[in-house]
Design a protein. Structure first.
Length: 307
């Protein structure tokens, strides 16, 4: 279906698998995108990363449990989280209630880093891991009001839009820095050095076709059963599922960069092409060639009707 030119200031995205599955695509036609996400039936995202920063503000419903690098984070309504570009993470959306509504601000990586430099912060430590500001800090600095102004800035003429966003991001960065200095932050609810080591190895060696749960356990010097229990507890996915999703993300990046489907699958760590095709169709309900055609059409429509 052909999209009509957007008329609203913010889009509401309901139970979309597109964001976690296509998160590796950069922002197009804008340096800042703000949407409202609602999850009612799609209750968990797969492990993924993206080339832009995300600011997440739960609006109503359940708290959301995030996992990254062997750490668990519980994000409550009223709090605000920043997710760095490139950080692998996953989320569960029905921790305390059966639905979740979140405002998500996506910021082009270089645009955000330029804002940090503009206010003299460089790339502070808090910008390199998930960080949660508590509800008191969010309320005190009226961050929801700042996000509303950022939404309004999306309607400004292009000649001043980016300058306004830059000023708003500088303000946001300085408020994050002040909140960190005042310790108005929420610590992870759990940390596992074992899972951090295992996840890091998977993220850096997923293209190895011989890598699996057994070889990973050997690398970590623990039993496969112990690793499986700990890994599931801290990532909300099995080792096999986590590895498969990493490989699928890499496959889609390689495919969209121009590699053939066969070459992209091999480069991403899939050694059995027939098994890969079955897994892809099971996960996405379509074939790789149909999937690529759909994405190319989507990119064409985004260029025709930019936000």
């Amino acid at each position: 279906m052909k999209k009509s030119a957007p008329t609203s200031k913010i889009e509401i995205i309901q139970d979309s698998l597109l964001t976690p599955e296509e998160a590796s695509h950069p922002l197009t036609a804008t340096k800042v995108r703000i949407n409202k996400y609602v999850n009612r039936s799609s209750l968990q995202s797969v492990v993924h990363n993206h080339p832009y920063y995300e600011i997440i503000a739960p609006l109503s419903g359940s708290s959301v449990r995030y996992s990254a690098n062997g750490r668990l984070y519980n994000l409550q309504v009223g709090e605000v989280m920043i997710v760095p570009a490139g950080l692998y993470h996953s989320a569960k959306f029905n921790v305390s209630m059966d639905y979740s509504e979140r405002l998500i601000v996506q910021i082009e990586k270089d645009f955000w880093l330029d804002a940090l430099k503009a206010c003299g912060l460089g790339n502070p430590k808090w910008n390199q891991e998930m960080l949660i500001l508590n509800a008191q800090a969010v309320l005190a600095w009226d961050l929801t009001g700042l996000f509303r102004r950022m939404i309004h800035a999306a309607t400004l003429p292009e000649s001043i839009q980016e300058r306004v966003w830059t000023c708003q991001l500088v303000e946001l960065a300085l408020l994050f820095e002040q909140s960190v200095n005042q310790k108005d932050i929420i610590a992870p609810s759990g940390t596992s050095l074992l899972v951090a080591k295992a996840a890091d190895y998977l993220q850096n060696h997923y293209e190895d076709p011989h890598l699996n749960a057994t070889t990973l356990a050997e690398y970590c010097f623990v039993s496969r059963e112990h690793l499986a229990r700990s890994f599931k507890s801290y990532t909300m996915e099995s080792v096999h599922s986590y590895l498969t999703n990493l490989r699928m993300l890499a496959f889609k990046r390689a495919m969209l960069e121009g590699k053939s489907i066969l070459d992209a699958s091999i480069a991403s760590g899939f050694s059995d092409y027939t098994s890969f095709l079955k897994t892809f169709k099971k996960l996405y309900g379509t074939t790789p060639s149909e999937y690529r055609a759909k994405l190319l059409l989507q990119e064409h429509e985004d260029e025709e009707y930019p936000l």
